[in-house]
Write a protein that binds this ligand. Structure first.
Ligand code: FMN
Length: 453
């Protein structure tokens, strides 16, 4: 078991958080197109010693509902989506310790491109970069990227396995001591310590020598969030940090154990993984204040948020059905994307053929109920997090924002000191690199080693 929990800020390069109602909150900042907005989040989370902030991403806005973008645009349902990588660089420039993670899809970019972007980010931030590896899931992304449809689920992961081989091949091309930089002898680097990649595979070809020397962390930290059988196998094979959604503690404990079993089956030390579920915390000075805050936040959600996001994530136009109309077997079979949501609605509603209204209610899509809520005083929230951590449902938490920057500010000001007082969270960063701040055993950055000697 890890001594300290990891805290990860879930951040969107969007007009709202993952909770679309967040932009309607009276205290929400609206300058989401400025660097200052994101830099403020970065500085706030670094004040709270968060190990990492990370941006999720999707390569399209939700435009499957009504086969049009108007409902999402009019209602601001996750419609602005900027490129996370330049934003991470701007945050990196005003922070010095917090890890900086971004999402990039294996389905629409070349491995060389991804390897180079994250290596560059790792150098520019002194070893703080992380890559959330996703395979992408819906038609809108495919259409934006010039394809008719996404690659089928399991094949996406087969392809992604090979993608990882190529990326890691590039990242391992330069030994740590390859750079010589001797002006007297004129030798820049030792070519025997730089290898050319010759990858000839089923899905990818990559032949050549990587252009970025080894990074401060050896290579950026790898994040993954696969949840299906095939997705989880992939996550455990490659992920160092694994994100998840656990609807409750019991589910979390069992999923955590399954991931550890999967790691053992793959001959991997389970302690080399860090598993962190998404939560929405709402903290108040008193329980009553926290409940009032939560009530206000919950009222910000609109039914259209759920409909637009369900259409997006299940790759099916929900406007084709009336609210109380049941989906047919054929329609349910035709769903794509995140099928775990479909299966959860079938299970929780107790209906083989749920209606649109059932999907809104039981998926909780577009509301803060989509992930567990921790609502109360700092001590109440710390009690909940402590239980999840000690009972081995997780190694840390991904903190989702119900409004920005309020959620992050409240958590850092009130909850972090309580977690530190209980010895559950580190008092300060162990070093400049994300890898050492996540407590991956045996890893110490060159800067930390130098400081100690
Ligand atoms: C906390 C969290 C963050 C995620 N972020 C993204 C993301 O930014 N982009 C994306 O396309 N998918 C994202 N996903 C979806 C996963 O990559 C994955 O597709 C999903 O969990 C379904 O798992 P499966 O592919 O094994 O069915 C995220 C999932 C979780 C739990």
């Amino acid at each position: 078991m890890h001594k300290h929990m990891a805290l990860i800020g879930f951040v969107q390069a969007q007009n709202c958080s993952n909770y679309p109602g967040s932009w309607r909150h009276p205290l929400a900042r609206q300058d989401f197109l400025t660097a200052d907005y994101y830099q403020h989040i970065g500085k706030t989370l670094e004040r709270g010693k968060f190990q990492l902030l990370f941006f999720d991403d999707r390569l399209a806005l939700p435009d499957i509902y009504g086969a049009d973008h108007s409902a999402s645009i009019e209602n601001g349902v996750r419609v602005v989506k900027m490129d996370p990588i330049p934003i991470l660089a701007t945050i990196g420039a005003v922070t010095s310790r917090i890890g900086l993670g971004g999402t990039l899809s294996t389905s629409y970019f070349e491995p060389f491109h991804v390897a180079r972007q994250f290596s560059t980010l790792d150098h520019m931030t002194g070893g703080r970069a992380a890559w959330n590896v996703v395979t992408s899931l819906n038609d809108s992304e495919a259409l934006n990227m010039g394809r008719a449809m996404p690659i089928a689920h399991d094949r996406r992961y087969d392809r992604a396995d090979e993608f990882m081989d190529v990326v890691l091949g590039h990242w391992r091309a330069w030994d740590s001591d390859a750079l010589v930089i001797n002006r007297t002898t004129g030798q820049f680097a030792d070519s025997s310590k730089v290898r050319r990649l010759e990858h000839h595979g089923k899905y990818f070809e990559s032949h050549g020598t990587f252009t970025v020397p080894q990074t401060p962390q050896t290579h950026p930290v790898i994040i993954q969030a696969g949840q299906s059988g095939r997705g989880r196998e992939f996550a455990v094979r490659w992920g160092e940090l694994i994100f998840a959604i656990f609807p409750n503690l019991e589910f979390g404990k069992s999923a955590y154990q399954q991931m550890h079993d999967e790691a053992k089956a793959q001959n991997r030390d389970p302690n080399s993984l860090r598993i962190a579920p998404l939560i929405y915390p709402i903290v108040g000075q008193s329980k009553a204040e926290a409940r009032d805050k939560a009530a206000l936040i919950e009222r910000l959600a609109k039914p259209i948020d759920a409909l637009a996001l369900l259409s997006e994530v299940l790759n099916f136009d929900f406007s084709r059905k009336n609210m109380d109309e049941a989906f047919t077997d054929a329609e349910l079979a035709d769903f794509g994307g995140l099928l775990a949501i479909r299966d959860r609605v079938v299970k929780l509603s107790g209906k083989k053929n749920p209606t649109v209204a059932d999907f809104i209610e039981y998926s909780a899509r577009g509301t803060i109920k989509e992930a567990p809520n921790f609502i109360g005083t700092a001590a109440d929230i710390a009690d909940g997090l402590e239980q999840w951590f000690r009972e081995r449902a997780c190694d840390g938490f991904v903190i989702g924002a119900s409004h920005i920057p309020g959620t992050y500010e409240d958590f850092v000001t009130f909850v972090v000191p309580e977690l530190q007082r209980r010895g559950l969270f580190h008092q300060d960063y162990a070093g400049p690199s994300l890898r050492e701040n996540l407590g991956f055993s045996g890893y110490r950055s060159a800067a930390t080693v130098r400081a100690d000697t």
